[in-house]
Write a protein that binds this ligand. Structure first.
Ligand code: SAH
Ligand code: SF4
Ligand code: F3S
Length: 470
C-alpha cells in the first residue's frame, strides 16, 4: 500500500516517452527516441533538445527499438529517481548488443551530477550531457559516431535557450509550459538542484512574450511559466528598467483574456504582494499557487535552510486568502528529514490543516550526495518511521482534497476544455482556474478542446469534480 502510494505521488510522470508528431520528419535519415524523468523543467528541456535534433535532420520515433539515438533526460532529486534510470539503461543494453551503431545518451540532472563517472559505471552510455550543454549535442553526436564518447557538463551563467523554439512534444494543443528561468540560487540543505542546474538566470522577457503569443496564435489557451523559483525572476535588459515576475505575469496576461496563465514554483519567501495583486487583478491569471511547505516545524525549516518560519508561512497563506479568497493552494512536503521528532511531524500535519491544501506532492527524505544536509547532518530517521509519517501526511492530504472538492458541490466554474475524458468518449475533461480537474458530459453542445464553458459541480471524488454544463 505504502509502496504504491509513494510510487503514485513520487513518479507519476516519470519515464514518459515523447512522440512528437511535428518532427516525425518523413525521410529523416536517423531517428531519436527521448524519455523524460523528473520535474516540468526537464520535460520542457526535452522540447528544446527535440528542436536542436530536428535542425540536424533527426526524426522522432515512439519506438525505442527502431531508434538510432536513445536519450534519457534524467532526474536526481531522490535516490529512487536515479534507480529508475539505471533500470531503464539495462533494458537498452540488450538492444545495443544487437545494434552497436545505436547511440545512448544521458541528459539532465543525473548527467550533471555523475559527469564522466557515468561512462565508467555504465559502459553502454555514449553521451553524457548536462542541462546547459544541449547546444553542443550535434557535435557530441558526431564525435560519438566516430567512436569517441562525448561528455559536456559545463554549467553556464547565461544559457536560457531563449532563441530556440521548442518542439511541442506529446502536446494536447491547448496547454503548454514556457521556461522563464533556469537554475536556483537557494540552498535548501536537502536539495541537489543548485548543483545540477547551476546559478539562477532569467530569460529575456521579450522572447518569453513572443513564445506565449505564438502559442496563443497556434490555438493554445493556457501557458504555465516555469522555473525553480519563479518569484525571483528578474530580467535586466541593457537599456531598460528591470522586469520583475509581477511585471512579466501582467504582460503575459495582457496577451489575451482568452489565454490562461499559470506559474510554478513559488518559494514562500519570495512571493510578493505585487504578484498577489497582479493575480487578483486579472481573471485569466489562474487562482492557484504551488507554495511548497516542506515542513511545518520552524526548527526543521531552519535545518532545511528554507529561510522562513512556521509563523511566516502561515501569514503568507493568510495573506493569499485575504487577497484572493478563491485561490487554491498546493504543496510539497518532506517526511522524516534529519532529526525530525514526532512533535515536528505534528507541526507539519497541523500546518497542512491550516493551509487546507487542495493537493500536495509528498515524499520521504532521501539523502543526496554533496548536499548541505548530507555533509552536515545524519540521516537518522529510520525508514519505517519515515514511511509511517509519510502515510499520515498522505492521509491528511487525501481528506483535505476530498473536503475541498466537497466544498465545491453546487458551485459553477469556468472550465477550459482540454480533451475527451480518458474514461468516456462522451465526456469532456477540463480544469477550473483553481487547477481542479472537472469531467462533464459533452451533451448536444458544439464544443471543442480550447473552448471555455461554465460547469456546475454535482458530484466529486477526492481527485475529480463531476458536473454538467450550465
Ligand atoms: N524549486 C522547487 C522544488 C523543486 S524539487 C521549490 O523550491 O519548491 C521538488 C520537491 O522535491 C521539493 O519541493 C521537495 O519537496 C522534494 N525534494 C527535494 N529534495 C528532496 C530530497 N532530498 N528528499 C526528498 N524530497 C526532496
Ligand atoms: Fe531545491 Fe530549494 Fe532551489 Fe527548490 S528552492 S530547487 S528546493 S534549492
Ligand atoms: Fe529532478 Fe533536476 Fe528537476 S533533479 S526535479 S529534473 S531540476
Amino acid at each position: 500500500m505504502l509502496e504504491l502510494t509513494e510510487k503514485v505521488i513520487d513518479e507519476s510522470r516519470q519515464g514518459e516517452a515523447f512522440a512528437p508528431s511535428a518532427v516525425e520528419a518523413v525521410g529523416a535519415k536517423r531517428h531519436f527516441y527521448i524519455e523524460s524523468y523528473g520535474c516540468q523543467m526537464n520535460f520542457s528541456d526535452s522540447e528544446i533538445v527535440a528542436s536542436i535534433l530536428a535542425e540536424e535532420g533527426f526524426g522522432a520515433t515512439r519506438n525505442w527499438e527502431e531508434a538510432d539515438l536513445i536519450l534519457l533526460n534524467t532526474c536526481s532529486i531522490r535516490e529512487k529517481a536515479e534507480q529508475t534510470v539505471r533500470k531503464r539503461l539495462t533494458e537498452f543494453r540488450k538492444l545495443k548488443r544487437r545494434r552497436p551503431s545505436m547511440l545512448v545518451g544521458v541528459l539532465g540532472c543525473m548527467a550533471e551530477r555523475l559527469k564522466a563517472k557515468f561512462i565508467e559505471e555504465e559502459k553502454l552510455v555514449d553521451l553524457v550531457v548536462g542541462p546547459d550543454a544541449y547546444r553542443t549535442l550535434p557535435q557530441l553526436i558526431s564525435d560519438a559516431d566516430a567512436g569517441q564518447k562525448g561528455v559536456n557538463v559545463l554549467l553556464s551563467r547565461e544559457e536560457t535557450y531563449a532563441d530556440i523554439a521548442p518542439v511541442r512534444l506529446n502536446s494536447n494543443g491547448i496547454t503548454a509550459f514556457v521556461s522563464i528561468m533556469r537554475g536556483c540560487n537557494n540552498m535548501c540543505s536537502f536539495c541537489v538542484v543548485p548543483f545540477t542546474r547551476g546559478r539562477e538566470r532569467s530569460r529575456d522577457h521579450v522572447s518569453i512574450l513572443a513564445e506565449c503569443r505564438s502559442l496563443f496564435e497556434g490555438g493554445y489557451r493556457e501557458v504555465t511559466l516555469l522555473g525553480q523559483n519563479v518569484d525571483s525572476y528578474h530580467y535586466v535588459a541593457d537599456d531598460a528598467a528591470p522586469v520583475t515576475f509581477a511585471a512579466l505575469l501582467e504582460q503575459v496576461a495582457l496577451i489575451s483574456p482568452g489565454l490562461r496563465v499559470r506559474f510554478s514554483t513559488s518559494h514562500p519567501k519570495d512571493i510578493t504582494d505585487d504578484v498577489l495583486h497582479t493575480m487578483a487583478k486579472y481573471e485569466n491569471i489562474c487562482k492557484y499557487i504551488h507554495l511548497p511547505l516542506q515542513s511545518g516545524s520552524t526548527r526543521v525549516l531552519q535545518l532545511m535552510n528554507r529561510t522562513y518560519t512556521r509563523e511566516w508561512y502561515a501569514a503568507k497563506v493568510a495573506r493569499i486568502k485575504e487577497l484572493m479568497p478563491d485561490c487554491a493552494l498546493s504543496s510539497d512536503v518532506i517526511a522524516g528529514f534529519c532529526t525530525e521528532t514526532e512533535e515536528d511531524h505534528q507541526d507539519t500535519l497541523s500546518m497542512m490543516e491550516f493551509a487546507r491544501y487542495e493537493m500536495s506532492y509528498m515524499f520521504f527524505y532521501s539523502e543526496r550526495p554533496g548536499t548541505l544536509a548530507q555533509r552536515r547532518y545524519t540521516d537518522d530517521i529510520l525508514e519505517d518511521v519515515k514511511k509511517r509519517r509519510l502515510a499520515e501526511i498522505v492521509a491528511v492530504q487525501n481528506r483535505l482534497s476530498l473536503e475541498s472538492n466537497q466544498r465545491d458541490l453546487g458551485a459553477t466554474f469556468k472550465v477550459l476544455i482540454e480533451a475527451t475524458s480518458k474514461r468516456s468518449e462522451s465526456d469532456w475533461m477540463g480544469r477550473s482556474s483553481q487547477n481542479k480537474v472537472i469531467v462533464f458530459p459533452k451533451g448536444a453542445h458544439d464544443l471543442k478542446p480550447g473552448d471555455y464553458v461554465n460547469v456546475r459541480v454535482q458530484e466529486c471524488t477526492q481527485a475529480t469534480l463531476l458536473g454538467t454544463i450550465v
